[in-house]
Write a protein that binds this ligand. Sequence first.
Ligand code: NAP
Length: 257
Amino acid sequence: MENVLITGTTSGIGKAFAEKFASMGNNIILVSRDMQKLKQQQLYLQNQYHVTVNLIAYDLTKEDAADLIMEQIGNWNIPIDFLVNNAGFNECGLFSQTDISKEIKMIDLHIRFITQLTKRILSIMEKNNYGHILNIGSTGSFIPSPSDAVYSATKAYIMSFSNALYGEYRNTRIKITLLCPGATETEFARKANIEQTLLFKYAVMKPDKVVKIAYPKIIKGKRFIIPGIYNKLLVFFSKIMPIDITNKLTMIMMNSH
Ligand SMILES: NC(=O)c1ccc[n+]([C@@H]2O[C@H](COP(=O)([O-])OP(=O)(O)OC[C@H]3O[C@@H](n4cnc5c(N)ncnc54)[C@H](OP(=O)(O)O)[C@@H]3O)[C@@H](O)[C@H]2O)c1
């Protein structure tokens, strides 16, 4: 039994991970903004799996979010064995037309917050000489995306950050894994108003399936995971195709049909 801290658990991939980790008998700390949804999730997981579930409701784009989480887990005296950096969102569209305040919040959440929290949690893991961090990237981590420029750039940061940490900890008992899902049927596309794009019309995976594929690989300590053959092919071809072609194809995928 481990203590698992997961960000962004009230829907989608984070919710599916919370259920998976709880079903394996782990105690969970759920972190998201919506306290009402968190309480419902806590009741469900505790009743269903008889594990301890603690809650932190906070906006992780706030500057003091990592401090607040560390203070809370310190007060509870819970040593974190597993961190899932999952919370995220998208502000999509041509860069000249997107909302810069949302993009800055995205950079705050996907880059600044993850960096701060990971550093603080790693210091606990180093003391215990044990731990695992799972970072949620995206197929967009590999593909600079016209019509989604800032999102894909933040996910490229997460990939680079995660792979570099993997190198730093590879001969220790601390594991670092990067999971790069493609289009997944969660609240993500609806919130970003991209449900009608080609990307979200075909080969969309259910979050439970993402977790089902990824979980055994995560536990083995794999460096990175791309769930599903379609997503693997997407990444493969994006690596071998000239940028002009991937740019054009990405524009088509991000357009509404
Ligand atoms: N869905 C996809 O197609 C897809 C593809 C590749 C990668 N991903 C990545 O997968 C991760 C999970 O996304 P999802 O698809 O599961 O989306 P989702 O259903 O919208 O879930 C996002 C979760 O993050 C939380 N969250 C968002 N902003 C937050 C903030 N400022 N502070 C605290 N919590 C916040 C939300 O909770 P509250 O709103 O209750 O706070 C929610 O629980 C993200 O990192 C996303 O980039 C998704």
